[in-house]
Write a protein that binds this ligand. Structure first.
Ligand code: AMP
Ligand code: ZN
Length: 114
């Protein structure tokens, strides 16, 4: 728990969020400012600031986030196309320094991303 971290506070319950999934390792919430018809954040319960702070022993946790994102995508009928994104650091637009996997779907996406 990082006292100054928005997502730690959401996980702890002191800040509300629209939770769509939870297990012992992660939560999934609706993004408050959605960039697509489906925009969900998969967040590990343990505070990890950026992808660069992941350790080799976190490999299963990162896989777990992706597998749960795929499950949600299937359940929402997004299998024609969806996007999974980790923004890392300011240059990529990271604003909350507790890692989260964006699941975006329900529209077509351009490439390269902006
Ligand atoms: P990033 O820019 O990759 O760090 O993503 C942070 C995401 O968190 C953005 O898409 C925000 O819209 C989202 N966000 C910020 N505050 C909240 C909140 N209270 N509940 C849900 N999502 C949030
Ligand atoms: Zn945190």
């Amino acid at each position: 728990m990082d006292e100054d971290c928005l997502f730690c506070k959401i996980i702890e319950g002191s800040i509300p969020a629209a939770k769509v999934y939870e297990d012992e390792q992660c939560v999934a919430i609706e993004d408050i400012n959605p960039q697509a018809p489906t925009h969900i954040l998969l967040i590990p319960k343990r505070h990890i600031a950026t992808v660069l702070d992941l350790a080799p022993e976190d490999a299963a946790l990162v896989g777990h986030l992706h597998l749960n994102a795929a499950d949600i995508a299937r359940k929402r009928g997004l299998t024609d196309g969806f996007r999974l994104v980790f923004n890392c650091n300011a240059g990529a637009g990271q604003t909350v320094y507790h890692i989260h996997l964006h699941l975006l779907g329900g529209r077509t996406f351009g490439w390269p991303p902006g």
